[in-house]
Design a protein. Structure first.
Length: 305
């Protein structure tokens, strides 16, 4: 398990800043969006008791057309700009939107909107991702180099590397399942269990083979198709991953896991946002209330505008 070390001076600065309730706003520009110029308040960064970083972002429309769009969106004719308050978890790469302040002329606050209650994943390339890259503490370079040296030595022998990552209990489970799979008693469930333990111990190539044997005996098992697809994705074989997910959804048109998996590959691995938007809308027709549905909705809000 890698040990991460934060820059001591950064954390001390953050902790000390909690002692002050008032501060001078210092806006730092970020690469904006197609609709907004975006900046973050450098002085608003504080460490919460939960270990998150507080942050205010400012959004100013790029033009009158964008301002009118935002005015309609926030139902405020006098809209000129807005602020968004976040709590960012740097280790988990999630963010909780706490507040939205809508401002009119002279930065007068027109109204305050409450945000969500659950952290959402920070999407790669998003404004939050760019902000997190600016404010999250970085790895200590010396410690990082030491860890890289250790990893390089261990990785010289892949077999040894895998063995060292497994505890005795896991090794024994794998050995037992390998013997059972090689016998005449082997069933689809045997191969699936072996695939699962390879999955859990980060051995994707072995997992793919085991799941493949299970699918020979049970070709229409959507759970096995999804699990093998996840392993294909981990190895970078996105074409085969999609083939598995799409087959699972064809077999079971209510299989939400396969639909979500397909949309994720299209959006974040293949950068095919139009295709992902179609699948996200399809997902919400089947499920609109779960936590996953809320995440899917956040993807639509981010990329569907």
């Amino acid at each position: 398990m890698q040990r991460y070390f934060f820059h001591f001076c950064v954390l001390i600065a953050l902790l000390c800043s909690q002692q002050h309730n008032a501060y001078a706003v210092q806006w730092q520009s970020l690469d904006g969006t197609s609709k907004y110029k975006v900046a973050y308040d450098e002085q608003s960064i504080r460490l919460t008791p939960l270990g998150r970083l507080e942050l205010w972002l400012r959004f100013i429309p790029r033009g009158e057309r964008e301002r009118k769009f935002a005015a309609t969106q926030y139902r405020e004719k006098q809209y000129r700009s807005h602020l968004e308050y976040y709590e960012i978890d740097c280790s988990e790469q999630t963010a909780l939107l706490g507040l939205i302040d809508i401002s009119g002329t002279s930065r007068a606050r027109l109204k305050r909107l409450q945000g969500g209650t659950q952290p959402e994943p920070i999407l790669p390339g998003s404004i939050l991702d760019k902000a997190a890259q600016r404010i999250c503490p970085v790895l200590d370079e010396e410690s990082e180099e030491e860890n890289e040296t250790e990893d390089t030595v261990r990785s010289q022998d892949p077999a040894t590397n895998v063995e060292s990552a497994l505890d005795s209990d896991k090794r024994q489970q794998i050995e037992n399942l390998q013997k059972k799979a090689a016998s005449t008693e082997a069933t689809a469930e045997t191969w699936r269990e072996l695939g699962n333990i390879y999955f859990d111990t980060d051995q994707p190539e072995q997992a793919i083979k085991a799941y493949g044997e299970a699918l020979v005996l049970r070709p229409d098992d959507t759970d096995i198709l999804n699990d093998q697809g996840a392993m294909y994705r981990q190895t970078g074989d996105f074409k085969r991953a999609l083939a598995n997910f799409e087959k699972a959804f064809t077999i079971d048109p209510n299989n939400l896991e396969s639909l979500y998996n397909s949309s994720y590959v299209y959006a974040f691995d293949l950068n095919n946002i139009p295709k992902a938007l179609i699948l996200w809308l399809q997902y919400l027709k089947l499920d609109s209330k779960s936590e996953v549905a809320r995440q899917v909705q956040s993807f639509l809000d981010q990329y569907g505008k």
